[in-house]
Structure formats: structure tokens, C-alpha cells
Design a protein around this ligand. Structure first.
Ligand code: NA7
Length: 565
């Protein structure tokens, strides 16, 4: 009888087909030479956050040439900042190039994952969500030797707890669930929230709707983006002269790493300069309305909340048919929104209210060794060792996990380092499996605690921890659970070595890891400018070409270079 044992078994189960899950899968092939994995994806396409977020104006606030995998860079970006559709196309192309589709199970929502101490395996229960697919099977369980979470931090929409939210009879949608069949033309629109997402939606929809009311609870710091098309000529050069492309990426990396101080180190010279530049831009773009400027001016340090990069949010807010509502929302009514002293009527309410960032992996029920639930493990706030492994969760890795978010640079650079590290943990588990042995690897709790104590003490001095604002980076106790405390290079260096002494090992295959204190050198992808004597000549030539050509684009927009210098 024909069987498909791989349907319920895989060496590695990867949850999520976004940038993280795809990277882990590709590294399984590149680094472990194995195709023994499945990728479980709740949606119906790859792309993760770039598949979910399709709202008008959606784009990355990191430069396109830095917003791609280092091992599969894209010379053909059409703009300095990539739009959602272009990023999504890039990710679909990557998945095709690397043959990921044969490992992908779409419309498959992971409900729970439970560690089995006896078999030293994870049992992952999935529910099928496609209407047709459900006719094949409603749910099933997959056993795996290793489990990887690639669901990230910006996965579950946050619906605000505003009284009456279910009473509204007009159209309501969350920004991450945009309904393109709804025609905005001539509509009275409300948008709740003014974060990075709202700042991208507002200028776009203001072009078509009749009126737009922006409900702002807290103002944000905004700096110029300096977006521009990338000329055909530059694209050809990036394609045929990879050294120029690499040099350009390194240059962007250098600028972004410098931005760390400006965005994150409270009261630093760069942080104060960023504040001054933001105010100057506001004054320049809203010259005749000091009252509006006052309402848009934050009273907390830049970086406490994510700094928004936008060239057009202030001009958009300064239009006659756009109004900024700063009164507290009392209630959502049948016809609109009630604020102090006013009942406002709308056809559409957009909830640009962010994501459930503090409950990593929600709503998946994870149960680790000793029957410990993830809620119990993280009862004092989410934490992990190096952001990738979690106490009481053997043979488990997560990407874009606790304390790995950035306020200044591309998250893909962090994800690549994490994927390499996790795949290094997977390697001996695969080796044990081959020999019909078992191996369980769990981060040592003492090392994990030491790591997190240091991390938290450094975070205390950064703008993320400022008590002057609330943000999606920290929990109700003010503990920053989401952000990393340093530069990308510093994080890459930490993950460039794996010390087996940081882990507790068990199982019949323990001896596969020869010395428990053995350090494995992983190395890292060097993204920043590093000039060796040998490479100096080549770099100078490439830099000269780059500068010459880039002077013809507006990437070095005067304001932008001022902000990042
Ligand atoms: P954010 O940055 O979490 O922004 C959410 C916005 O929604 C923010 O302005 C909130 O105000 C506002 N909000 C949330 N709940 C309410 C209620 N109940 N009433 C009024 N206003 C509310 O999410 P984004 O989607 O913009 O960006 C998330 C990340 O995605 C971003 O940082 C990028 O990395 C990509 P608040 O500021 O809390 O007063």
C-alpha cells in the first residue's frame, strides 16, 4: 500500500512562511544539506507580514538594498524604499528559486505543540483552514525532532478594546486585513492610530476619500524618508557589477548602524539632533499652522516609540479635508465614533492599532518539558537566550523572538544570524536521528538568566525604556520584552559562536556533541564596511563608481543625510 510517512513526520517543523521561516528552511538546505522539513503556514501564500499587510501605501521603512537576504540579494529594486507588492514578489521568487513550495502547507494553522519527553520529539497539532482543504482533513498532528517558530512579532492584529466596537454598522477593517473590494471614493473615513502603519495609509487614502479623521492618542517623531525611484541605469549596474551592489548595501548598513545612537541613546547629541530635525521638517511642511504643529509634537524622547520615516504624513495632515482628532475616544457607536462633546459619523473606520506584540507565538499553545506551558515560562515577561532558545523548550528555536526587534536597522540581518544559529543547533539532532538516537538540547537556565539580566540592565539606559511613553516594545510593568539593546553587528557577533556549555543535553545521542564546553565558530555575514588591505583597491574603485552614480539619484537627499549623519 502506498504511504506518505512524511505527512505526519519531519525532522524539523517550521511554523510560518515569512522571512524567518523561509530563511530557516533555506538554511536547512544550505547548511545542513537536508530537505527533511515542512513549513506550516496559516495563510495561502509565502511572505508573512508582507502577505498580511496589503494596505494602501504599505512599504518598508528600511532601504530596499538592505531589505533582502544577503545570500539572495535583488539588483532590480525599483525604488530606494520597497513597496509591499515588490517585497512580496521578491519573497515569492526566493521561495521558487529555493524550491520551498514542495515543503509548504498553506491554510494550515498551528494550534498547539507539545514536547514528548519519551520520544524527545515535538507533536504539533494543526487545523486546516481552507474551505476545500478541510474536506481532505480537518486537523492532524506532525511529530518532529526540532520545532522552529517563525511567526515573528507583528503577526496577530491588535483590535482595540474600545466600548461599542462591535456596534458599528458601517465598514470596519484592521490595517493588516485590508479589504480592497471596498471603494473609498467619496467616503467619510476615520483612522484610529497614527503609528508607522497609519503614517503610510493616511497620505494614500486622503487622495480619494471625501473626509479623513485621524484619531491620535500620542504624537510620534517623524523624520524624512527621501524615497526615490532607482534608475534603469543603476539597476543594470547593480545587476552586472555585484561589487557595486555589495558596496552600496554596506554603505546603507553603515548609515543605519549610525542611526542607532540617534534613535536609541536617550539625550545623546544625535538623539537631540534627530529631535531638532523632526521639528524643522514639521515647521517646513506645516508652516502656517502652529496649533497643528503643537498637537503633533511628542513630549518623550525620539526612539521611545518607533521613529516614523515619512516625507508625506505632515503635508497629508495639513489638508483641508483631513482633520486630526486628539480627544479621547469614548465609544464606537452605530454610526461612528463618540469623543468628548461630539458624535462623529463615518462610513469606514480603519483600525491602524498595531499587533499583539507581547504575546509571542499567540495563540499557539506551547507545552515544553515537564508539562510547562509557555504562559508559565513567561509569566514575568517573554525572554529567551540570545532571543532564539527558551528555557524548558528542548529542540526549539525562534526567530524574531524576545528582545531582537530593532528601532534602527533591517530585521532581516538579525533573522539571518538567528537562522544560522538555530540550524547549528539542529545539526546534531539530525545526526542523532540518522543513528536512531535521540538528543534534546535546552538552554541552560543560569546562562539564560545571566544573559537577560545584562540585556535588561543595558536596555534601562535606552530610549525604549523611557517612562515618558508607552510602546509595543514593553509590557505593563515597563519591561522591554521586544527590543535588542545594541547594534546589529554586536548581535551578529554574539551569534557568530555557539557554546555547547550554554545548553543542557539529554538523550541517547548526547555523545554526538563531543565536548560540552566546545565552542563552534559560525562566523557572520559581514554587512558593514570593512576595509582589508587586499580589498582596499577594489573597494576604492567600487566606491568611486557608486558615489558618481548615486549622485544622480536623490538617495542622499540633503535632509536625510543630515538626519543620519
Ligand atoms: P503601532 O506602532 O503599535 O501603532 C498603533 C497605533 O494605534 C498607535 O498610534 C496607538 O496609539 C493607536 N492605538 C492603539 N490602541 C488604541 C486605542 N484603543 N485608542 C486609540 N488609539 C489606539 O502599530 P503600527 O501598525 O503602526 O506599527 C507597528 C510596526 O509595524 C511598526 O513599528 C513597524 O515596525 C511595522 P498610542 O501610540 O499607543 O497612544
Amino acid at each position: 500500500m502506498a504511504t506518505r510517512p512524511s505527512h505526519n513526520n519531519a525532522a524539523v517543523v517550521i511554523v510560518g512562511a515569512g522571512i524567518s521561516g523561509m530563511c530557516t528552511a533555506i538554511d536547512m538546505m544550505r547548511r545542513n544539506g537536508s530537505r527533511d522539513f515542512v513549513i506550516l503556514e496559516k495563510g495561502s501564500q509565502v511572505g508573512g507580514t508582507w502577505n498580511d499587510n496589503q494596505y494602501p501605501g504599505c512599504c518598508s521603512d528600511v532601504w530596499s538594498h538592505l531589505y533582502s537576504y544577503s545570500f539572495d540579494s535583488n539588483p532590480s529594486w525599483s525604488r530606494e524604499y520597497p513597496g509591499q507588492e515588490e517585497i512580496h514578489t521578491y519573497l515569492v521568487d526566493v521561495a521558487e528559486r529555493w524550491g520551498l513550495f514542495r515543503h509548504l502547507r498553506f491554510n494550515t494553522a498551528v494550534k498547539e505543540a507539545t514536547w514528548n519527553e519519551e520520544t524527545k520529539q515535538w507533536n504539533t497539532r494543526v487545523q486546516i483552514c481552507g474551505e476545500k482543504e478541510v474536506e481532505f482533513a480537518k486537523e492532524y498532528t506532525i511529530a518532529s525532532d526540532f520545532l522552529v517558530s517563525g511567526v515573528g512579532q507583528l503577526n496577530m492584529p491588535q483590535y482595540p478594546a474600545i466600548p461599542g466596537i462591535n456596534n458599528f454598522q458601517g465598514k470596519m477593517m484592521h490595517s493588516a486585513r485590508w479589504d480592497w473590494s471596498y471603494d473609498l471614493e467619496g467616503k467619510k473615513v476615520a483612522i484610529i492610530g497614527n503609528g508607522a502603519t497609519a503614517a503610510q495609509i493616511i497620505p494614500e487614502i486622503a487622495k480619494v476619500c471625501d473626509t479623513l479623521t485621524v484619531f491620535q492618542r500620542t504624537p510620534n517623531w517623524v523624520v524624512p524618508r527621501g524615497d526615490a525611484p532607482i534608475s534603469e541605469r543603476m539597476r543594470t549596474i547593480y545587476k552586472y557589477v555585484p561589487l557595486v551592489r555589495k558596496r552600496y548595501r554596506a554603505h546603507l548598513m553603515d548609515l543605519r548602524e549610525q542611526f542607532f545612537e540617534a534613535a536609541i541613546v536617550d539625550d545623546s547629541e544625535a538623539n537631540n539632533r534627530l529631535r531638532a530635525d523632526s521639528l524643522a521638517m514639521m515647521e517646513c511642511q506645516i508652516p502656517e499652522n502652529p496649533e497643528l504643529r503643537a498637537r503633533l509634537t511628542p513630549n518623550y524622547p525620539p526612539g521611545c516609540k518607533r521613529v516614523i520615516l515619512s516625507d508625506d504624513i505632515f503635508p497629508a495632515l495639513n489638508q483641508k479635508h483631513v482633520s486630526l482628532e486628539t480627544h479621547h475616544i469614548k465609544q464606537i457607536t452605530k454610526n461612528g465614533i463618540k469623543v468628548e462633546g461630539q458624535d462623529l459619523e463615518f462610513d469606514l473606520i480603519i483600525l491602524a492599532t498595531g499587533f499583539r506584540t507581547l504575546e509571542f507565538m499567540y495563540p499557539i499553545k506551547i507545552t515544553g518539558a515537564g508539562g510547562r506551558s509557555i504562559q508559565d515560562i513567561w509569566k514575568d515577561g517573554a525572554r529567551a537566550y540570545l532571543g532564539v532558545t527558551v528555557e524548558s523548550l528542548p529542540n526549539f528555536g525562534m526567530l524574531y523572538g524576545p528582545n531582537t526587534n530593532l528601532g534602527h536597522n533591517s530585521i532581516i540581518l538579525m533573522i539571518e544570524a538567528q537562522s544560522h544559529y538555530i540550524n547549528t543547533l539542529i545539526a546534531p539532532v539530525l545526526a542523532a536521528k540518522k543513528q536512531h538516537l535521540s538528543l534534546a538540547i535546552t538552554p541552560n537556565t543560569t546562562r539564560l538568566e545571566e544573559y537577560n539580566a545584562k540585556l535588561q540592565s543595558r536596555l534601562k539606559n535606552l530610549t525604549f525604556s523611557s517612562s515618558k511613553c508607552d510602546s509595543w516594545y514593553k509590557n505593563a510593568d515597563g519591561l522591554v520584552t521586544n527590543n535588542w539593546c545594541g547594534t546589529v553587528v554586536e548581535y551578529q557577533m554574539k551569534l557568530s559562536e555557539l557554546n555547547w556549555g550554554d545548553f543542557d543535553l539529554s538523550g541517547t545521542g548526547k555523545s554526538i556533541i563531543v565536548s560540552p564546553e566546545k565552542r563552534v565558530h559560525l562566523g557572520r555575514v559581514v554587512e558593514e564596511t570593512r576595509v582589508s588591505l587586499l580589498g582596499l583597491g577594489a573597494v576604492i574603485i567600487a566606491a568611486a563608481i557608486t558615489v558618481r552614480l548615486m549622485s544622480q539619484t536623490s538617495i542622499f537627499h540633503a535632509l536625510l543625510s543630515k538626519v543620519y549623519s
